[in-house]
Design a protein around this ligand. Sequence first.
Ligand SMILES: *Cc1c(COP(=O)(O)O)cnc(C)c1O
Length: 414
Amino acid sequence: MNKRIYLCLAHMSGKEQDFIKEAFDTNWVVPLGPNVNGFEEDLKRFVGQDREVVALSAGTAAVHLALLACGVGPGDEVIVQSFTFCASSHPVTYLGATPVFVDSEKETWNMDSQLLEEAIVDRIAKTGKKPKAIVPVYLYGMPAKIDEIMSVAGKYEIPVVEDAAEGFGSIYKNRMCGTFGTYGVLSFNGNKMITTSGGGALICKDVEAKREIMFYATQARENYPYYQHEKIGYNYRMSNICAGIGRGQMTVAEEHIAHHKHVCDLYRDLLKTVTGVTLHENPSVDYDSNYWLNTVVLDEDLRVIGEENAYATTVQGVVGGAAGVTHAVASLHTDCEPNTNVEAMRVFLDKAGIESRPLWKPMHKQPIYANNPAYLNGVSEALFKVGLCLPSGPCVTDEDVHYIVEQIKAAIVK
Ligand SMILES: *Cc1c(COP(=O)(O)O)cnc(C)c1O
């Protein structure tokens, strides 16, 4: 095999270029226009529940503006699922507020509602104030126990910002993830379920909420013939070019989701007989994950070829490194890292031309958040040590999945 198999590469429908060409032909090369409106209409129809959608420049921007609209400001606290990508929690800090981390439950790997309630009660006792918002996440597309989370949030009257960046098209009890809370975050980064090259959206409850988000996404301009500013705004609107890609992608969104689920079915089938490697799956019929990334956990006593050399050298292609600049590391280890068999599996697959990746390192284990309050049960840290993400995107063929599982088997010491 000489091609490389990636986790989730963007895949174009072919229609994207038509929408972009139209934008050029009609001179709509700006952060508004027919593609932005059209993409928002497509998304609105897709998520249902009579929600409104605002297209933005990134999922991170969507988290940021949702929190702003929830009134989060300096000195406030926001409860965030610890087991996530940093874009769920970093915007809390942009606003001068403090993320308070809550651990996950074992079934979905998402926010544990019991711990959430403990955290709320304890924060009120310790600070005299309620947290300003709650940010649960749909990790790798798996629906959270959002009804339980909503019920705790409702009891304390705290708004919920669902981070559905990875859960585009995931369904919980017949309802689209991202439509339960006050706001729902979507991401269209290059590696997500659909892409606009880079982009995001915020699902809002009504037209009024949408208008407020659009106001802050366009530098908060007051209604005068000149630029009058009474609030601090942001330049977060999606461009009409990116939205053209999004409209093209929406023509294949259902296909992409079906493909990710099909890849999951194949992994399930092929991994059935592989002891020590367990696929993460929908816990019951209430859950309908989009399987954005299929993930497995490795038994601690599974022996993998090359394990004795795991972490012997620093990684060259650090995760996400291709997309930006990363710092060289001073040491080969941190105080919390995947088990040696997981790292050995990653290296073995990498040499076989297969990209795999550890699960998100929990935010409460990140040096930058070392002093933040955290309500823990050990679940996310334990999963981080044993988990691995496998190729799952629209470019991954059946043949690829067979090859990947063959290589996983080949990596295991008999
Ligand atoms: C991708 C992602 C985001 C948003 O990311 P952008 O790259 O800014 O679009 C937010 N939260 C999670 C959990 C994500 O995976």
